[in-house]
Design a protein around this ligand. Structure first.
Ligand SMILES: *Cc1c(COP(=O)(O)O)cnc(C)c1O
Length: 423
């Protein structure tokens, strides 16, 4: 008898390409099938077959307060009772915008959208419209959503599936995207020397999270800031993962570098589909209807999502980030120690409540070094941990996410599971 998950996945593969609505969920690279989730609360999820999973994916980041946080749930339900969508302004859009600005002062004006992808593609359009330049510079392995110009060396989803190029993205569009290795300021400078007058923006994950976790080297972000200023290009921090996680104020607060534009997603909606881009007033004023750069959205500023976001950020502002970071660091180090004691080469990268254990000897500082990891070994680790009730990201090119709902006892449970793993 197939399990309920197996039966659902068989049906799913007949109706959804690959059986999923987002590629990495398919668990292909870790050599198994996905489990279907029925419900989640706090640090736990329960599969349709009744297995309890201690979760270190947290919806790929959004659930920093834990799954189904009671106050977020109540705020969303209360909003929903007044109607799911108005297609007209609602008070919570203004309140959430203002709250974001108090948390990230560089976001003088914001525009709400419905996903991280929408935020980054809109920010790039704005950068191009504002500077009147066409080229953008991104970093190998950074993921900025799935819009055409970003699907060049695009990190996890693409890396995991070993898709070499970008079918469906016309060369003239791909050719507008310049690349540099992460943490390589000299390479960025060389691109500026060659193309400076054509570069509208540099877009970066200020903490890279889509080839596994990579921290920016000391001075790297400040160096980008200086180069962008020198060449008249905009600096865009894609804080869809790092926003409200690297610190409450995101990577820009943690590293003290202010970009021209910031993109947000994931945590900002408390689990609902929300994205946001914003930055300097003078630049944001170019967005329609106050300016000529067009961008719109039927469900943008959705009242239910805004209510969930407001409650989420309001709570996060009172949370003990240093405490969570310390717990996460100690846990990740112990986990790495357990695997090393089993004879494995492990490189641990950790920042705030994010970490990745790379099965490699090579320090991981960019995409090339991330690719030295042994993906088959990670797959085995993933499958065994899931069997023991611990849900990790189904790819070695991803982060593990902890949340404020993860207790010391939860972390002990995950360590006990790791001790049983055979590699
Ligand atoms: C997830 C992610 C995106 C895309 O957000 P979606 O909501 O999935 O469209 C963009 N940038 C980064 C850094 C991300 O991690």
């Amino acid at each position: 008898m197939p399990s309920k998950s197996e039966a659902l996945f068989a049906r799913a593969q007949n109706i959804l390409p690959g059986g999923v609505n987002s590629p990495v969920r398919a668990c292909k690279s870790v050599g198994c099938e996905p489990v279907f989730i029925e419900r989640a609360r706090g640090s736990r999820m329960w599969t349709v077959d009744g297995q309890e999973l201690l979760d270190f994916v947290m919806s790929w980041g959004p659930m920093l307060l834990g799954h189904a946080d009671p106050a977020v749930e109540a705020a969303a339900v209360a909003a929903l009772k007044h109607g799911a969508s108005f297609g007209a302004p609602c008070p919570a859009e203004v309140e959430l915008g203002e709250l974001i600005r108090t948390i990230m002062p560089g976001m003088e004006m914001v525009r709400m959208v419905s996903s991280g992808t929408e935020a980054t593609m809109s920010a790039v359009r704005l950068a191009r419209g504002y500077t009147n330049r066409a080229k953008i510079l991104k970093f190998d392995g950074c993921y900025h959503g799935h819009s055409d110009g970003f699907l060049v060396a695009a990190g996890s989803g693409v890396a995991t599936l070993s898709i070499p190029g970008t079918p469906g993205v016309p060369d003239p569009i791909a050719n507008l995207t310049l690349l540099a290795p992460y943490n390589d300021l000299a390479a960025v400078e060389a691109q500026f020397k060659a193309h400076g007058a054509d570069i509208a923006c540099v877009i970066i994950e200020p903490v890279a999270g889509n080839v596994g976790l990579i921290e920016p080297a000391a001075g790297f972000l400040a160096g980008l800031r200086a180069l962008c200023t020198q060449y008249g290009a905009l600096l865009i921090f894609d804080e869809v993962i790092s926003g409200f996680r690297a610190a409450l104020g995101g990577a820009q607060a943690r590293y003290g570098v202010t970009p021209d534009l910031t993109t947000l997603g994931k945590i900002i909606g408390g689990g609902f589909p929300v994205g946001c881009y914003g930055g300097k007033r003078e630049i944001m004023a170019h967005i329609a209807p106050s300016g000529p750069v067009y961008q719109a959205g039927t469900l943008s500023g959705n009242p239910v999502a805004m209510a969930a976001g407001l409650e989420t950020l309001g709570q996060l502002a009172k949370c003990d980030y240093a405490g969570l970071e310390a717990r996460t660091k100690a846990f990740a180090e112990e986990l790495a120690g357990i695997l090393r004691a089993k004879g494995q080469d492990i490189v641990l990268n950790q920042t705030a409540s994010l970490f990745t254990l790379f099965f490699t000897k090579t320090p991981v500082t960019d995409y090339a070094t991330s690719k030295t990891q042994d993906s088959a070994k990670y797959g085995s680790f993933y499958r065994q941990m899931r069997e023991f009730g611990v849900n990790l990201a189904p790819s070695g090119y991803e982060c593990a996410f902890t949340s404020f709902a993860h207790t010391e006892a939860d972390l002990e449970l995950a360590l006990a599971a790791a001790r049983k793993v055979q590699l």
